[in-house]
Design a protein around this ligand. Structure first.
Ligand code: SAH
Length: 338
């Protein structure tokens, strides 16, 4: 999934009548966002691999595609031999998906439903498999995982399969002097003026960007594992202790988070990572700048705790805090909002 403002619906408009205001309310309606997701070959290729190369799991089965967008995952499932696929999406992009499935000969195998999963009536009540690409930045930002969990509880047969069925979030620490200078300390002196009030705001906003593996100065630490077959909505509010062990003498300017996704139920356990060691994805990584620089020597540890909760006023936003302590230094707690 891409991460953007959610849809308010523009049902009365044909897609060619949409203005930028309508696209703002229904950010998934424009093809550009789908272009970026489809061209993310790690993302789309992993789903194809998990679905099409596991036709023994799909043959003759009913499949629900939650947030079908342009219908790509529905068509993978149909290709893999599903007896029937239902794709649901609340964005006007589904009008294009309908044309796409017809153009590709899937009119009889795939049924598309326009609407919010939470409110929609589906033509089939119980499915063998649910497929969905629901992930946002930092896995959970503007994520629709709660929608997928609801779909599981309402529509998945006992023992049915979820694609994907596992997600993990990792944390590490990075050296990032130059970029922190450019993005954060920039506000200390803007053409000679003191803009430092913005520095505090900038520091609290996690930065989505690609990070060079060479910048990572600790071992990664698994902070959160989500088993989609059993997870509950409450599990998306969590507190995770961590211990980051330095791999060399260096300075730390930020924490770095990324996630891995796996399809454990497949024959070979298809998986992909969005980490700095892995091939580029549109999710990049997420950088949390620390208020001050931390000096670490090889095998030193940074001990701390990350908390994550949906924002009270907008539950697709996240409130994240990171508390940490290094030997001989005072403990620090920073709160972030994304
Ligand atoms: N499955 C497509 C699109 C993924 S993007 C692909 O892999 O390319 C996620 C899609 O989910 C968006 O098109 C968005 O409109 C839709 N979506 C998000 N929340 C939804 C909800 N609650 N009900 C229905 N659709 C939803």
């Amino acid at each position: 999934m891409e991460s953007h403002t959610s849809n308010k619906g523009t049902d009365l408009l044909g897609l060619h009548d949409m203005t930028s205001k309508d696209y703002y309310a229904d950010s998934y309606a424009h093809f550009g966002i789908h272009e970026e997701m489809l061209k993310d070959s790690v993302r789309t290729g992993s789903y194809r691999h998990a679905i099409v190369d596991n036709s023994h799991l799909f043959k003759g089965k009913t499949v629900l595609d939650v947030g079908c967008g342009t219908g790509i995952l529905s068509m993978f499932a149909a290709k893999a031999g599903a007896s029937h696929v239902v794709g649901i999406d609340m964005s006007n992009i589904i009008d294009q998906a309908q044309k796409i499935i017809e153009a590709n000969g899937f009119k009889d195998t795939i049924t598309l439903v326009k609407g919010k999963l939470e409110e929609a009536e589906l033509p089939i009540q119980q499915f063998d498999i649910i497929i969905s690409e629901w992930m946002g930045y930092f896995l959970l930002y503007e994520s629709m995982l709660d929608t997928v969990l609801l779909a599981r509880d309402r529509y998945l047969k006992p023992g049915g399969l979820l694609f994907p069925d596992n997600a993990t979030i990792y944390l590490a620490a990075i050296e990032d002097q130059d970029y922190k200078e450019e993005k954060i300390n920039f506000w200390d002196n803007v053409y000679g003026f003191d803009y430092s009030c913005i520095k505090d705001i900038a520091l609290r906003e996690p930065l989505v960007d690609t990070v060079d593996l060479k910048s990572v100065v600790t071992h990664p630490y698994l902070i959160k594992q989500i088993d989609l077959t059993t997870a509950k909505k409450e599990d998306l509010t969590f507190e995770a202790p961590f211990t980051l062990t330095a791999t060399r003498n260096d300075y730390v300017h930020a924490f770095l988070a990324w996630f891995d996704i796996s399809f454990k139920c497949t024959h070979k356990g298809v998986k992909f990572s969005t980490g700095p060691h892995a091939q580029y994805t549109h999710w990049k990584q997420t950088v949390f700048y620390t208020p001050s620089t931390i000096k670490v020597s090889e095998s030193d540890t940074i001990n701390g705790k990350l908390t994550c909760a949906p924002n009270a006023r907008n539950n697709r936003d996240l409130d994240i805090t990171i508390s940490y302590e290094t030997e001989g230094e005072r403990p620090v707690t920073m709160s972030y909002k994304m």
